[in-house]
Ligand binder design. Structure first.
Ligand code: HEC
Length: 158
């Protein structure tokens, strides 16, 4: 009887682990839907300001240049995406980047290892960090220096 119980509880434990992972929300949006999303929401932060917060909060995992090679990255599965990879950057919307920072991975169908940062930063600070993340793919070869203030990049004020 004891043996039976042990086997039974082992089976229960195993089936608990064997539960299929939760279905991910559709990553596979059609390109035109992504383009529409991108139009609705744009990152308007200041990358230079964002770099300061990034160094403080994000470097450990994402690495200095956003390549996903921070000191803690070796322990991460999945590895953080390479922010410096322009091809990857082109596949993610501003809204997605901002939401990943604000709400974290779990809320976006991604790894919970990517935390939600809305408790550590206000909206403007999260926009600034998002702008810095974006800037990394635009200057992949160079060190992430603050881009010159580009007045023409700012959305036109009404
Ligand atoms: C504890 C490690 C860790 C820290 C610290 C961390 N991240 Fe992440 N981040 C991750 C991981 C892991 C992923 C990948 C999640 C996945 O793909 O499931 C990720 C994903 C992301 C993504 C989505 C990238 C993409 O293209 O899919 C963004 C944007 C991001 N992180 C920004 C930040 C910012 C900004 C900070 C600092 C405020 C930060 N992260 C801090 C681990 C971390």
């Amino acid at each position: 009887m004891k043996k039976f119980l042990a086997v039974a509880s082992a089976v229960v434990a195993l089936t608990a682990f064997a539960e299929p992972p939760k279905a991910k929300p559709a990553d596979a949006k059609p390109a035109d839907a992504k383009a529409a999303d991108a139009k609705k929401f744009a990152i308007t932060g200041d990358a230079a300001k964002g770099q300061v917060k990034y160094k403080e909060l994000c470097v450990a995992c994402h690495g200095e240049l956003g390549k996903g090679d921070g000191a803690a990255a070796a322990a991460l599965t999945p590895k953080p995406a390479n922010f410096a990879d322009a091809a990857h950057a082109a596949t993610v919307t501003d809204e997605y980047i901002y939401n990943m920072i604000k709400e974290g991975g779990a809320a976006n169908g991604k790894s919970p290892l990517m935390a939600s940062w809305k408790g550590a930063m206000n909206e403007a600070q999260m926009m600034d960090v998002a702008a810095f993340v974006r800037s990394l793919s635009k200057s992949a070869a160079a060190a992430p220096v603050a881009p010159a203030p580009a007045a023409d990049k700012k959305p036109a004020k009404k």
